[in-house]
Structures are given as C-alpha cells and as structure tokens.
Design a protein around this ligand. Structure first.
Ligand code: A4P
Ligand code: MG
Length: 221
C-alpha cells in the first residue's frame, strides 16, 4: 500500500438489502448484522441510515425488502472493498440465483469518494442499458458509482438519511435532487422500521432477533 493510500481514506457509501430470512434470522436482522460487521472495520461506520421496508422491484418479484445504507472510510482499493462485501454476503448465506431474485443479503457499493469506474464511457453504457437488457445482464467488473442508484427509492431514501448532499461525480446531482426526480409516489413506498439512526456497538443487534414487522409473515424463512 502506498503512503498516499494509507493517509487518504475515501468515503464509501454502501447500500444493504435483504428479503429472504436465513436460519430464523429475519431480513431486518440480516441488515443489522451486516451493519455491525462493517462497524468492526478500522474507523468503524461513520453514519448509518434507518432500516426501511420497501416493496420489491420489479413489482411482484418477491417479498418486501429491508433496506439501509451506511458510510465509512476505506483506505484500500475499490476491488478489495467489493471482495470484502461479497465475503459478508456469503457469510449471510447469499446464493447468486435469478437476477434480482430474493436474496438473504445484497451489499452494493454505491460510491467510493468521487471515483468513476472503470471509466466514464463504460459507466454511461451501463447507466443507459435498456430495461430488457438490465433484467438479464450484470457487470463482470466493478462499475462506480452504482449505475442504477439514481433510479431506485430503496437506495436513495436510506442514502438521504446519511448523505443527502453527496453529489454524483458524473451527473453532479445530489441525493436529494435524485430523490425529487423519481416518479411520484416511489419514495413514499419506503417505510422506516426502526427509529434509531445512530451506530450500534459492534455485536449488538438492531432488530430483536427473529422478529418481523407487526402483522406480517412474508419475512419468515
Ligand atoms: N458489480 C459491479 N459494480 C458493482 C457495484 N458498484 N456494487 C458486480 C456491487 N456490485 C457491483 O451483482 C452483480 C454483479 O455486479 C456482481 O458480479 C458484482 O461484482 P450482484 O450483487 O450479484 O447482483 P444483483 O444485486 O442482482 O445486481 P445489482 O446490479 O446489484 O442489482 P440491484 O440494483 O442491487 O438490484 N427491491 C427492493 N425493494 N430492494 C432491494 O434492495 N434489490 C434488487 C437488486 C432488486 N430489487 C430490489 C432490491
Ligand atoms: Mg448487488
């Protein structure tokens, strides 16, 4: 690692999603556990959103999701961070099946500082992919910022809790502006299921173990 890398932490923004329980652990618990894992990093998690309940996108593609977002400093490469995120997903029983199918844990690297990867032209290609292609294609290398972040209330609503003024390095739009540009009604579909916006101590749970939102059974295994 170069001296410059050692000294300069870039701000990582990570979106977390889950809509499949595993071993009696509910989606909001899986999200809370992932936040706790990331809190163990040097420097810890510097901001965490509330956990939201959101309808699955595309419509009727599965149970509701628990979604959240966190921010932390990262000193190493973007690829090494994605590998760490994939390791945490695997530990939560993530199996890559159908594209956009139900998942125990999805950790998307939304942004790393103002990095654009692999380059602006490739980012634009992924960003402008037609919907029918989007449903079947997944990038085989890191694309940053995440090419669909501006389209998704389940990413932007939690992000607005922790980084409302963060600006997209290509479009220049802030998180709040991207939220305003969503089709009417989408942002209000996201409902907070916890009111605690402060980081928890590592190892603590954020949602009572095994619980789901009142009156709902779609999150049971
Ligand atoms: N990859 C490239 N760039 C990135 C990046 N910036 N962050 C690669 C994360 N991964 C990145 O990802 C597919 C491939 O993209 C991987 O090989 C990775 O190295 P994946 O996590 O295996 O698949 P995915 O999650 O199905 O794809 P993607 O593109 O992350 O989909 P989304 O946009 O996350 O959609 N509805 C609600 N309400 N809430 C959700 O959280 N999530 C999805 C998944 C669909 N519907 C949802 C939710
Ligand atoms: Mg993903």
């Amino acid at each position: 690692m170069t001296l410059e890398r050692e000294l300069t932490a870039r701000k990582a923004l990570v979106a977390i999603g889950s809509n499949l329980a595993v071993g009696g652990t509910s989606p909001p618990d899986l999200v809370g556990n992932a936040i706790n894992r990331l809190s163990l990093l040097p420097g810890g998690v510097t901001a965490r959103s509330r956990i939201y309940r959101t309808p699955a996108i595309p419509e009727n593609s599965g149970p509701d999701y628990a979604n959240a977002a966190v921010q932390f400093g990262w000193w190493d490469t973007a690829e090494s961070l994605l590998a760490l995120l994939h390791g945490i997903e695997a530990d939560a029983g993530r199996r890559r099946g159908a594209r956009w199918g139900p998942r125990t844990l999805d950790l998307d690297l939304i942004a790393l500082g103002d990095m654009v990867a692999p380059d602006e032209d490739t980012w634009r290609e992924w960003r402008n992919l037609p919907p029918e292609e989007l449903a079947i294609q997944a990038p085989d290398r890191l694309v940053l910022p995440h090419p669909r972040l501006q389209d998704r209330a389940f990413v932007l609503v939690p992000l607005a809790d922790i980084a409302p003024d963060w600006r997209h390095p290509v479009t220049g739009l802030s998180v709040l502006r991207m939220l305003e540009l969503l089709p009417p009604g989408q942002a209000s579909d996201a409902r907070p299921v916890d009111s605690n916006s402060l980081p928890k101590a590592p190892g603590g749970t954020i949602w009572p173990a095994g619980s789901t939102a009142p009156g709902d059974d779609t999150w049971h295994a």
